[in-house]
Design a protein around this ligand. Sequence first.
Ligand SMILES: Cc1cc2nc3c(=O)[nH]c(=O)nc-3n(C[C@H](O)[C@H](O)[C@H](O)COP(=O)(O)O)c2cc1C
Length: 201
Amino acid sequence: MEPLEFLTEGQVYEVLLVTRSNVTPVGVVRKGNRLFFKLFGGRSAEELKEHPYASIQVTNDAELLVKLGLNLPVSLEFAEGNRFRWVKGLPGFYGMVDIREEPYEDDLGKTTVLACSLEPGGIIEGMLPPKPFSRADCALVEMAVDLTRLIVAVKAGKREPSLKLGRRIEENYSLYLRFGGGSKTAERIVAWSRELLERIL
Ligand SMILES: Cc1cc2nc3c(=O)[nH]c(=O)nc-3n(C[C@H](O)[C@H](O)[C@H](O)COP(=O)(O)O)c2cc1C
């Protein structure tokens, strides 16, 4: 079995990136037999510069992805072997990471990103519970991604982009509630977003 055969080329998939001592959600895109992703700073980027080996693992737990992205506490068990570490029980693969620093510009300004790619060198065995994704899950993930951008936008004093992100978080929160979502994490995201926006208004 080809490790990446289930990933449609060109689509962004949200997965877990496990480095030497960190785990973070990351959006990956498959091209051929490699996965490409970008890190906008953070601990994982620093760790990959020192030790370019990582595991990429799949979860269908939106709360887990979101909590890890916002550095909220989660309980996970890890295992490790020669150069690699991974979350016990989740399927995925490991490999050496090719890294390159690149200039990057968007409406939040100019920055440097770590452009990474990984070709699976081995498979991590695991099993996911039979839990389909829900529309509430999708809305929650959107809220969390926008919040991580809002944190950067507010820090950089970018008023218009901040307001736009804040509006989108509110819209996705309405959808989240309409789709039956009701987690504390979603409430925390909206509260956090409102607090950040007060600073820039
Ligand atoms: C679902 C989700 C996907 C994310 N994808 C990325 C990504 O692809 N690249 C990135 O730099 N940050 C991404 N983030 C934001 C990081 O998780 C966040 O900035 C984190 O604090 C940085 O992680 P680290 O310091 O633990 O490495 C994502 C966040 C969420 C919630």
